[in-house]
Design a protein around this ligand. Structure first.
Ligand code: GLN
Length: 384
């Protein structure tokens, strides 16, 4: 299997001492109230195996959280706690995919999807979306489906584009899944990080999807504690049973003190989530504004921790990989080339930058990238 681009760029950033706007992770320690619960649970509660499918308190907290925030009617039995969303994706595929089953993927796609589909014995059928709208239409889905197609695996909101699927797109996917009797595996780790008043709608709530959707979530993203690796997968009982079987042979359980803390966090008042969203949106705007002032063309991002710059439109005659290598060395900033999200070379003029950082970090990165662009433009002028 390939080395993930996130590990590659973070290792390069460490070597070069660069500001890391590549792999997505925030700088802060995480919510104090959750850290205290986690620390206290280490000292006062069991450190032995919790129940395989997760602490009952956390499974209930996930179900209650989605009832409150997304109007879903999950029972705790329909929630399986995992060691991060990546484990949930792997467990879902290992549980459900039979050798030769076709799995529809939407590109750009999160880099773990394809190797995991293939290791599970699946055959990827890729629908390529086009910038700047990245819209999903029925004809493109129909063009790849066959009698062997059994799943559609997708991310909503979308990493790396920051797109949030609209109601009509979700309806299209739902009608398509129902028509072809597909199970949707929907990675919704960015569900709370939507901006400009946009709200996330779970695919599971669309007509016909309640019993054919695996909904995946991540405490690391919601609470800005990416190293904790606590996630979950939710599905109707027949599917949930299969998911739990796969999970038992992957990690079996997830650290109990972190589960206690996440259960607490999911119960935070609504204002905590709106404040978090507002803070991320302000960081997005700060980075976008600074880069635009420096002459970069920034694509709109309505969600996630990421925005993208368009190299061609910004006046760079190099591809995304070359740009990322050059800015690590010459600007001291690490980023992610968006071509890494495509299984076959297609888009290579977009670069992803992570904005969930302190103002000081963002300002320093902006200054470095501004200097880099100015030097490139000056060198170009001299060459002419
Ligand atoms: N989801 C993170 C990102 O897109 C990466 C997570 C990881 O490296 N496993 O940056």
């Amino acid at each position: 299997m390939p080395t993930t681009i996130f590990e590659h760029m973070s290792a390069r950033a460490r070597e070069a001492g660069a500001i890391n706007l590549g792999q997505g992770f925030p700088e802060g320690p995480g919510p104090r109230a959750m850290l205290e619960v986690a620390a206290d649970a280490l000292l006062t509660r069991s450190s032995q195996y919790p129940p395989m499918a997760g602490l009952p308190e956390l499974r209930s907290a996930v179900a209650d959280h989605y009832a409150r925030h997304q109007g879903l009617n999950l029972t705790p039995a329909e929630v399986i706690v995992t060691s991060g969303a990546t484990e949930a994706i792997a467990a879902s595929l290992l549980a459900l995919v039979q050798p030769g089953d076709e799995v529809i993927l939407l590109a750009p796609l999160y880099d773990a999807y394809l190797p995991l589909v293939e290791r599970a014995g699946g055959v990827a059928k890729i629908v390529t979306l086009t910038p700047p709208e990245w819209r999903i239409d029925r004809a493109a889905l129909e063009a790849v489906v066959s009698p062997r197609t059994r799943f559609a695996l997708m991310n909503n909101p979308v990493n790396p584009t920051g797109a949030v699927m609209r109601g009509d797109e979700l309806a299209t996917i739902a009608a398509f899944c129902v028509a072809h009797d597909l199970i949707a595996i929907c990675d919704e780790v960015w569900e709370h990080l939507t901006y400009d008043g946009g709200t996330h709608r779970p695919l599971m709530a669309m007509p016909g999807m309640r019993d054919r959707t695996v909904k995946i979530g991540s405490a690391g993203k919601i609470f800005a504690v990416t190293g904790w690796k606590v996630g979950w997968m939710c599905a109707a009982p027949p599917i949930a049973t299969m998911l739990a079987r796969a999970h038992q042979f992957l990690t079996f359980t997830t650290p109990p003190n972190l589960q206690w803390a996440v259960a607490q966090g999911l119960d935070f008042p609504d204002t905590w989530f709106t404040d978090q969203r507002a803070a991320c949106q302000a960081s997005r705007d700060r980075l976008a504004r600074g880069l635009r002032a420096a002459g970069y063309i920034v694509l709109d991002s309505g969600a996630t921790w990421f925005l993208s710059i368009d190299l061609t439109a910004s006046g760079f005659a190099m591809d995304d990989v070359a740009f990322c290598e050059q800015i690590i060395e010459e600007a001291g900033v690490a980023a992610i080339p968006i071509s890494a999200f495509y299984p076959v070379p297609s888009i290579n003029h977009l670069v992803r930058l992570c904005f969930c950082k302190s103002d000081a970090t963002l300002d320093e990165a902006i200054a470095r990238l501004a200097g880099f662009r100015a030097r490139m433009v000056a060198a170009d002028d001299q060459a002419r």
